[in-house]
Design a protein around this ligand. Structure first.
Ligand SMILES: *[C@@H]1O[C@H](CO)[C@@H](O)[C@H](O)[C@H]1NC(C)=O
Ligand SMILES: *[C@@H]1O[C@H](CO)[C@@H](O)[C@H](O)[C@H]1NC(C)=O
Ligand SMILES: *[C@@H]1O[C@H](CO)[C@@H](O)[C@H](O)[C@H]1NC(C)=O
Ligand SMILES: *[C@@H]1O[C@H](CO)[C@@H](O)[C@H](O)[C@H]1NC(C)=O
Ligand SMILES: *[C@@H]1O[C@H](CO)[C@@H](O)[C@H](O)[C@H]1NC(C)=O
Ligand SMILES: *[C@@H]1O[C@H](CO)[C@@H](O)[C@H](O)[C@H]1NC(C)=O
Length: 571
């Protein structure tokens, strides 16, 4: 009953990047260069171009498996090169999800979808910054090859949680939640649909299917045969997701059914764009209705895609998708929906609010990685603004988006840009086992005293609700890095490369501003519980457990741990 499908997210060696990488290679400049104003009235502003380059470089630092000989991150080594060998599969390659060595398909798929969609709408930014070849290389690193969708590959042994370099990652990396037919033990609709959406979005990019004059041309990496391959994967996975949903109803028990309606709708909608098919389009519409996604105020993130759906529905309607707009008809209907959502973000009325220091905040979702909801909103606003109903709304949306971007780039109470290596005031202690150079799990803050490697281009979690940021390695809610944290920043930056002569905010910050504003005391969050009677050792251990994410009992438990930690929006 379950169709065989040709998918696996992790592999680097079978697909080669197609474009010639620049020679000499782009390398992130020292953080001190982030203090220099560009001072020219031309596009591209080299500070934005450099930022785009740094943000992509972060993904290169996160690579798993055998590194290509073009690897620019001199301190990275081949790693986890036996993944999958226990099941006679090659599960090597791909990207580590965050500050540890877990590979997780679901957030990766979201990041890839977001990046391809952004490289479609703001693609000329990549071209102008000479970063398109690196974009191509980054996407090639996430390409699938095998016949099974593995949703997560990780060290599942909690007792032996690993903190250390990339040479000694424990070999025993259980595959979690594989979706080989017959072997599937967890619901997989969400993961399959999420991966389908990523393939469809990237197919659109490689096929040069742009969304009309309101948006830039896609980044120049067209290859129609590659686009076709991606589209085939997208279709197969979508079909699997649909079949799985109906074939294994008990799979939904652990999940509220609403948790995959948005993924199914997003996959269908991107497929309708890719194939010009009214069938996919009406499926997207009916999922939208079936799962009651209309009129909601959800955050946009790796597990909550509804706001992105609304924007994409509006974009397709605006582009007149289908013959003469035959299937994506009602632009004004989708504009009403999108503007209701965005106006409640700007003016209040929804669950989010602006903190005293100006960061968009979603209670719960923003409690860790606070920049992510704000940057995702800024990214959607910047995109939607191009097709807003009035000039006034367009301006308000762009202004609000700019305020969130500026906040992340240093216009905040700490005067710290929250991107590693971009300015002397950037964080220097990102929660990243590989960059830290330490291997003492009980002393990750102090061993070594200074982080060994600079993880250029990594967007960190972000400050607390009061705007305080503690640059402490073990404080993963504030300092961890992740594939999906960088994704909205990439699209926003591409947009600024193509359109902005003025500097990113951080060029105004000369060395010392963050030092002058550093908060006293301790953080008060999930890694440093404020009112707990736990000993210091227990707190550190808790932070490590939560951040390394393993499982004492079974791989399955690890999956839930992980999912819970990174999925506050729906539970
Ligand atoms: C991109 O490459 C061109 C041609 O080599 C060069 O003239 C230009 O300065 C580069 N732009 C950036 C932002 O690196
Ligand atoms: C890569 O290997 C070198 C030794 O060859 C080591 O110094 C370095 O720390 C390793 N990198 C990581 C991220 O562990
Ligand atoms: C286009 O993609 C196909 C399939 O991945 C690949 O074989 C081919 O080399 C690519 N063409 C170019 C010009 O990169
Ligand atoms: C989409 O399909 C319609 C037929 O339904 C066709 O007339 C139109 O040209 C197609 N558009 C594209 C971009 O292929
Ligand atoms: C399109 O949406 C608008 C606004 O919601 C609505 O008033 C109108 O009836 C819709 N038109 C069609 C043809 O559905
Ligand atoms: C570029 O800037 C112009 C003028 O500020 C604005 O109207 C347009 O929407 C911007 N384009 C993008 C892609 O943001």
């Amino acid at each position: 009953m379950t169709p065989l499908f040709t998918l696996l997210i992790f592999s680097t060696h079978s697909v080669l990047a197609q474009l010639l990488l620049p020679s000499p290679a782009f390398l992130p400049p020292p953080a001190s260069s982030g203090t220099r104003a560009y001072n020219q009235d031309t596009i591209p502003n080299s500070q934005w171009s450099t930022l785009l380059g740094n943000l992509l470089y972060f993904y290169e630092a996160q690579r798993s498996g055998h590194l290509p000989n073009t690897n620019r991150v001199s301190w990275r080594n081949d790693s986890a090169v036996n993944d999958g060998s226990d099941v006679h599969l090659d599960l090597t390659g791909g990207y580590y999800d965050a500050g540890d060595y877990i590979k997780c398909t679901f957030p990766l798929s979201f990041s890839i979808m977001s990046i391809c969609w952004g490289a479609n709408d703001f693609g000329r930014g990549y071209d102008l910054a000479n970063q398109t070849a690196y974009l191509d290389d980054m996407l090639a690193g996430a390409h699938p090859t095998s016949r099974t969708l593995y949703v997560q590959v990780a060290d599942a042994n909690l007792d032996n949680a690993y903190w250390g370099g990339d040479l000694n990652i424990p070999q025993d990396r259980h595959r979690i939640r594989s979706m080989t037919p017959g072997e599937a033990v967890f619901p997989g609709t969400d993961a399959a649909a999420g991966a389908s959406a990523a393939f469809a979005a990237c197919s659109n990019l490689y096929a040069n299917r742009n969304l009309g004059p309101s948006f830039s041309a896609p980044a120049s990496l067209q290859n129609s045969s590659y686009a076709d391959i991606l589209l085939t994967h997208a279709r197969d996975l979508y079909a699997f997701a649909q079949t799985y949903q109906t074939a294994v109803p008990q799979a939904g028990v652990a999940y509220a059914s609403s948790s995959y309606g948005d993924e199914l709708a997003m996959a269908a909608l991107l497929l309708s764009w890719a194939t010009n098919s009214s069938d996919y389009y009406s499926q997207a519409e009916s999922y939208y209705k079936q799962y009651s996604l209309g009129g909601t105020d959800f955050v946009f993130n790796w597990d909550s895609k509804t706001p992105g759906l609304v924007v994409l529905f509006a974009q397709l309607a605006n582009a007149g998708a289908g013959a003469g707009g035959s299937f994506a008809g009602n632009l004004s209907g989708w504009q009403v929906e999108a503007e209701r959502y965005f106006d409640r973000i700007l003016n209040g009325g929804g669950p989010s609010f602006k903190t005293n220091s100006g960061l968009l905040w979603y209670p719960g979702d923003s409690d860790d990685a606070s920049l992510n909801p704000a940057l995702n909103a800024a990214m959607l606003l910047t995109r939607y603004a191009q097709i807003a109903t009035t000039q006034e709304k367009k301006k308000n949306y762009l202004d609000f988006a700019q305020s969130q971007l500026d906040y992340a780039l240093g216009n905040n109470p700490m005067s710290a840009p929250y991107i590693v290596g971009s300015n002397p005031n950037s964080p220097v202690n990102p929660h990243s086992a590989m960059a830290s150079g330490g291997n003492d799990i009980n002393h990750i803050d102090t061993s070594p005293p200074q982080e060994a490697y600079i993880l250029y281009g990594a967007v960190v979690g972000g400050p607390d609700r009061k705007g305080r940021f503690y640059d402490i390695r073990s404080d993963w809610p504030e300092t961890e890095v992740a594939l999906d944290y960088n994704a909205p920043m990439l699209s926003l930056t591409a947009m600024h490369v193509l359109n902005d002569t003025s500097d990113p905010f951080f060029t105004r910050l000369q060395a010392g501003t963050f030092a002058a504003n550093k908060p006293g005391g301790k953080p008060c969050d999930a890694a440093f519980p404020c009112h707990s009677g736990l000993s210091k050792g227990a707190k550190v251990a808790l932070g490590v457990v939560l951040s390394i994410v393993g499982s004492a009992i079974a791989a399955a438990v690890a999956y839930y741990f992980y999912r819970r930690r990174r999925q506050r929006s729906k539970y």
